[in-house]
Design a protein around this ligand. Structure first.
Ligand SMILES: Cc1cc2ncn([C@H]3O[C@H](COP(=O)(O)O)[C@@H](O)[C@H]3O)c2cc1C
Ligand SMILES: O=C(O)c1cccnc1
Length: 352
């Protein structure tokens, strides 16, 4: 049975540190598949458990998903890790967020002091939380004037994301903090999927109607400036993304190579990972989407990527808060699969 051992062997072909776009491109295209040998044993055990067949609905599908990406017939959630990547955005100078860029650093302090929403939800989910600030929170270039990142800065950020994924992780929940990053996320979505800024711009942290219109026009300026890059998903991420978004992409990619299932957070996190789905049709198959964000555009983006959100709670925070919120659901799925009695162990049978 292909197991964690052979997966460790494939991980060796993911470069430790990216030094060229060609290397990154190859890692995005030549992806390891799921371990489908665990599908039959998991389905077989599911059939024997003391419940009507299929009655745990999506929980059963989540168990099967965890098993095939972990390469385990009995999926485990012993080491659940949350990473929040933080970065700043030059495009904030264009007035696209009601909050100043300095809030990014203040929120990193808040995460480290345990005072943010994600700290509370992570504790409830029994998950370890790590916060990774990118480039000492130096902002990207305003992408209405030039590419957000040089190739080197982009590859460094992707590499940091890759390096942040610890090998012994059973489930990785990803999120971000970065004032202005809903503008970057909208620009990436527009760059990858088409459409004008107005179709992708949302309220973010609380813009009014006029603010959203302005944000849409800022995105249109970026799309016009970087038009020649729009047919290359990685260049879209470099030109209009951000450091923390590139790191999320790197972490999702590294998790794929290391046999680690991933929970994506809201609109920003989904947009950050989206280039991987454009590089490879199954590029996000090892991920689930925690929720549908209230940020307009997320439902459309999720549908276009073939992701079906687990929750619809009106969340619009980021910070991996939605991703962390579904950890108890996944723990419940695994607990049922691994812990329930089988019909053979009980006196329950389908005939009287
Ligand atoms: C206090 C505070 C805490 C946050 N936690 C996440 N975000 C969220 O809001 C930001 C994106 O929204 P925009 O593009 O409108 O700036 C990101 O940092 C995101 O994680 C926050 C925003 C604020 C203000
Ligand atoms: O859905 C998100 O990721 C989101 C929405 C609003 C603000 N920050 C993040």
């Amino acid at each position: 049975m292909p197991s964690r051992v052979s997966r460790a062997a494939t991980a060796a072909s993911l470069p430790q540190r990216l030094t060229s776009m060609a290397q990154l491109r190859a890692a995005c295209i030549d992806l390891p598949p799921a371990d489908s040998s665990v599908d039959a044993p998991i389905a077989e055990r599911e059939r024997t458990l003391t419940k009507p067949a299929g009655s745990l609905g999506r929980l059963e599908r989540l168990t099967a998903w965890l098993g095939r990406w972990q390469g385990r017939t009995s999926p485990r959630l012993d080491h659940v890790r949350i990473i929040v990547f933080a970065g700043n955005h030059g495009v904030v100078a264009r007035g696209v967020s009601p909050w100043p860029a300095s809030v990014t650093a203040r929120m990193v302090e808040n995460f480290n002091a345990g005072g943010a929403a994600i700290n509370q939800i992570a504790r409830v989910g029994g998950a370890e939380l790590r916060v990774v600030p990118l480039m000492d929170l130096r902002p990207t270039t305003d992408f209405t004037r030039a590419p957000a990142m040089t190739e080197t800065a982009f590859l460094d950020a992707v590499t940091t994301g890759m390096e942040s994924v610890e090998e012994d992780t059973d489930l990785l929940c990803l999120g971000e903090m970065g004032i202005g990053n809903t503008t970057a996320a909208s620009a990436i979505a527009a760059g990858l999927l088409g459409g004008h800024g107005a179709q992708w711009a949302g309220r973010g942290t609380g813009l009014d109607k006029a603010g959203v219109v302005h944000k849409g026009s800022v995105i249109d300026q970026a799309l016009a400036l970087h038009e020649s890059m729009l047919d290359d998903p990685l260049l879209v991420a470099q030109a209009m993304g951000g450091h923390e978004l590139a790191a999320i992409m790197g972490a999702v990619l590294a998790a794929r190579w290391r046999g680690i299932p991933v929970v994506l957070d809201g609109f920003v996190c989904t947009a950050a990972a989206a280039p991987l789905a454009r590089m490879h049709r199954q590029g996000l198959d090892h991920t689930v989407l925690s929720h549908c964000s209230a940020e307009s555009g997320h439902a459309v983006l999720a549908r276009a990527l073939g992701l079906s959100p687990l929750l619809d709670f009106g969340l619009r925070l980021g910070e991996a808060s939605g991703a962390a919120l579904v950890i108890p659901l996944l723990r419940s799925a695994v607990a049922c699969h691994n812990g329930m009695a089988t019909f053979d162990q009980t006196r329950i049978s389908s005939r009287s």
